[in-house]
Design a protein around this ligand. Structure first.
Ligand SMILES: [Zn+2]
Length: 255
């Protein structure tokens, strides 16, 4: 679970089985979510409900806390409600949420609690600048090329936004409608989650990215996801991959 080092708690999670590659990014995300929560030395463990006043947990304090958090989020972050559309399996939506919230462990975050050498803190793709969420997912010339390649397939022109949140809002404010709009929006999720996976494979498995193959992977991923949507696509994945540019304007059959 963890250990004390010079009076500071260090989380060290161990797992009963080996992790799948796709789980590594989630474990990294879990680490970033729990890093602010540390046990205190010489204190007994106890359950603490921080939203109550004096009487600890009550149903009323839960409801108050829930509404405060929920609406505070919506007010602060326009994009919050646009994530959870079931366009992708939940684990991808969670990663998207963490990316937009800037809670993924990019090197700029790791630097807050760990010293990294110049080489370690740089973007793993271009190795030129500090890895931040905006650089990794947007501004790095490799990631930006992937966005451009995907936009070309839709005849869309895009100037690079400053921030990944801004990018997400622009992307979701498209002129597409129906099935085509959902495909377009699912592509955003597929692109950022693929960049995150390719980055993790590079760091944890020393596997260099195959940038040329990524646009096809985006299409394949969206094709797999849209099979689970309500208006089920009746075509096979193979047909989808080869004909997706005409199939995306398919009107769909409600089941
Ligand atoms: Zn880079």
């Amino acid at each position: 679970m963890g250990f004390w080092q010079d009076g500071v708690w260090q989380w060290q999670l161990t797992w009963r089985r080996g992790l799948f590659q796709w789980e590594l990014g989630l474990v990294d995300l879990l680490g970033s979510l729990i890093e602010d929560f540390k046990p205190l030395p010489n204190e007994m463990d106890r359950v603490h409900w921080e939203f109550g006043k004096t009487d600890g947990y009550t149903a009323k304090s839960f409801v108050d806390a829930f509404y405060n958090l929920k609406y505070a989020d919506v007010e602060r972050k326009q994009w919050f409600s646009q994530i959870w559309k079931n366009l992708a399996p939940p684990r991808y939506e969670i990663i998207l949420w963490a990316i937009l919230w800037k809670r993924v462990n990019t090197k700029d975050r790791i630097l807050k609690w760990k010293t990294l050498s110049w080489d370690e803190m740089n973007c793993v793709f271009c190795r030129e600048v500090l890895e931040t969420p905006n650089h990794l997912f947007l501004h790095c010339r490799y990631s930006w090329k992937l966005w451009m390649d995907c936009c070309d397939d839709w005849n869309m022109k895009w100037t690079c936004p400053l921030d990944i949140e801004e990018a997400f809002l622009w992307w979701n404010d498209s002129h597409f409608s129906g099935f085509e709009k959902r495909i377009w929006e699912a592509m955003f999720v597929a692109i950022v989650t693929l960049i995150w996976e390719v980055r993790n494979e590079n760091i944890f498995e020393n596997k260099p990215p195959n940038w040329r193959g990524l646009p096809n992977k985006v299409v394949l991923r969206v094709g797999m996801w849209c099979k689970a949507w309500k208006d089920k696509m009746s075509y096979s994945l193979e047909v989808w991959v080869n004909n997706w540019k005409s199939l995306r304007s398919w009107r769909g059959q409600r089941s």
